[in-house]
Design a protein around this ligand. Sequence first.
Ligand code: 5AD
Ligand code: SF4
Length: 470
Amino acid sequence: MLPNKRGMTDGPTSKTLKLHVKTFGCQMNVYDSERMAEALAPAGYALTEEMDDADLVILNTCHIREKAAEKVYSELGRVRQMKETRASGGKETMVAVAGCVAQAEGAEIMRRANVVDLVVGPQSYHQLPDLVAKARGASGVLATDFPTEDKFDHLPARTMKRALPSAFVTVQEGCDKFCTFCVVPYTRGAEFSRPVSQLVQETESLAQGGVREITLLGQNVNAYHGEGPDGKDWSLADLLRRLAEIPGIERLRYTTSHPRDMADDLIAVHGDEPKVMPYLHLPFQAGADRMLKAMNRKHTAEEYRELIGRIRAARPDIALSTDIIVGFPGETDADFEETVALVREIGFAQAFSFKYSARPGTPASTLEDQVPEEAKKERLRVLQDVIEDERKRFEQALVGRTVPVLFERKGRKPGQIAGRSPYLQAVHSEGPESLLGEIVEVDITAAGPNSLTGVINSGFAWDDRVQPAV
Ligand code: 5AD
Ligand code: SF4
């Protein structure tokens, strides 16, 4: 096979090409980055941590807020320098932009940044080997159409060697909710659920590779309604129960959910399926009904409260997490106070809060009474203090308790290992590396700013866990 003008060969090659993927944004992008690397492996690409070493650099981008989108252009500045340095050493570098900025601003990227060889939208990742080949020698390839075929049918199996016992599986993409502030319905398109059989297969192969915990991902994951093996639509609850049967899978999580899709069968799963972890990320965005209506959230504050009551009745110790926006157009101090009051009332274990950011093409971006930046900043500061208080309270309540921890990696200090509690906090403990990938009972001794500290419960033997309690 002859090298082309960029020094690359077409198709599989004896020389390994290096691929660097830089991921921005949400967990769906983390998952997509892994799938892109898997798609490119048969074309001879192996991952590298070092961008400077890479023959192909992919920036997997996020468009959710203005700041996130801006990062792409500043990163492209750095990539340009790197490409020039490599070129002066006789090395060619191909640059691709993927993800939601690619989808939303593909043509604009091509115009503004001629360092970019390829722009690829999230629905075309299975075509990457062909697109990369096409982009060689071409003056720039744009692939942001929504192809008719399902990319998941064409992506290779999850064969990549994995360092962690925890993995993501995207089960659903897109969103039909159309919250007025949000770009997702435009960048990720209409809601689509993957069939159950495909997800069982993917989860089984992850379990065989040593994965113990799966987080099911979707922009609106609890709207999942994939085709079941019986030909009927299965709910997220049905899917969770099926995946819980897979040998080796010990923990299941899912994110992100919409309050309107929190069905009774899903709430029930939290009460009776022990593999479903007691953690739920359920964005409410704002506490004032006036704002919720303007946001097209399709729920009121009271409905959210009532829903949380039902979830806690099913699983009293559940750790709740949420997303909140401050400074949506028209938000007054009184509206904001309702947000703060709801946060205090619910007592979240974790919450993510954002200043409203006008996104092009969304209905809210053209509303007149935009909130001044200073007011947004101040509200965010006040809210984050309250959130931090709640988080500390939740974590402090775990001190003195014993919780099962899935150990995932070496800790910061020598001799330490680190993992996650069922409630998703990071937990550090002294312990042997042989426990990585295992679930071990840990006595929590302290709650720090970023993680819990504990001592491995000495009375505990791993095999005890799999015996039914008598
Ligand atoms: N401005 C600020 N925050 C936003 N989010 C989504 N769109 C915007 C926006 N335009 C937040 C929401 C969502 C989370 C992923 O990002 O809180 O739940
Ligand atoms: Fe965006 Fe979530 Fe609303 Fe869908 S439900 S439009 S993803 S904020």
